[in-house]
Write a protein that binds this ligand. Structure first.
Ligand SMILES: [Cu+2]
Length: 283
């Protein structure tokens, strides 16, 4: 029985590791400027963790085989262990994992703690159960005033935009996020109710939206197209419906979209959603 268990452990190890080599179920093609660095870091982590996993499972199988019932070694002996060995593997593990964490945080932190580059295109994001609202500043490039007391979902004023403010007249609010290709984008993330999470897998970007906070993040999307946007935080009963699209548009197309007032803006977004197709990817 001990031999069978050892062999099962080894087979499971080989199967688990081979899933990563088949390369069938993997990330979608990245579209953002920071994605290659992030993917490299991810691969490095997977390789290190994969080697540790394989070594541990092969060792486990070996022990099960060697000390199985009925073998020459099956009689248990009492041991205090080896403090030296324990210190060595604890230090080695700590160095590897802290090292990986330190290396990985630089890309992550650069998108969150550094100021967005000058000339970034700003979008205010207001999440709510269970929809996304993206607030665009319009032709003047200035966001109209918003006030929580003006929020009225029944009249479709989801973000509390103050219609009396001259800066608000050319603003547009839509459930689709449209960003210019090749230009840095800064998001100002807010939530009206619970924690939501902005996630576009192709961007390699995921960020919580927390009630009471304005979280600033920035990224550059390089490949024009239509991509799925999901809320990646279980935010309530209809969480699964909290999805939308991100349009990455060539700069001219994006600029002319931003010149449009709310009604034409809506129509144009619908046209663009039909024009661009989701990336085809087999999983
Ligand atoms: Cu949500």
């Amino acid at each position: 029985m001990g031999r069978v268990l050892a062999v099962i452990i080894w087979i499971l190890t080989v199967l688990s590791v081979s899933l990563f080599f088949i390369n069938k179920w993997w990330f979608p093609t990245p579209i953002s400027a920071h994605a290659p660095a992030l993917d490299r870091q991810f691969m490095l982590t997977i390789i290190v963790v994969g080697l540790a996993f394989t070594a541990a499972q092969v060792g486990l199988g070996y022990m099960v085989w060697k000390y199985r019932e009925g073998s020459d070694h099956s009689r248990a002996i009492y041991t205090h262990g080896s403090s030296r060995l324990e210190v060595i593997w604890t230090v080695v593990t700590a160095v590897i994992f802290i090292g990986l964490a330190v290396m990985g945080q630089s890309v992550w932190a650069s998108l969150r703690f550094n100021q967005a580059p000058p000339g970034s295109f700003q979008i205010e994001v207001v999440a709510q159960q269970f929809q996304w609202n993206f607030h665009y500043a319009g032709a003047d490039g200035v966001f109209g005033r918003t006030d929580p007391s003006l929020i009225d979902d029944s009249s479709l004023n989801f973000i509390g935009l103050d219609e009396a403010d001259p800066n608000a007249r050319d603003d547009a609010v839509h459930s689709v996020i449209a960003v210019p290709a090749g230009r840095p984008v800064e998001l100002l993330l807010r939530s009206k109710d619970v924690i939501h999470n902005f996630w576009v897998p192709q961007l390699r970007f995921k960020q919580d939206l927390v009630p009471g906070m304005v979280i600033r993040v920035h990224f550059t999307a390089n490949t024009p197209g239509k991509y799925e946007l999901a809320c990646a935080e279980l935010c309530g009963q209809l969480h699964f419906k909290m999805k939308s699209y991100m349009l990455v548009l060539p700069e001219d197309e994006h600029r002319s979209l931003m010149m449009l007032r709310q009604e034409q803006f809506q129509t144009r977004i619908t046209e663009l959603l039909n024009k661009y197709k989701l990336p085809t990817q087999s999983y």
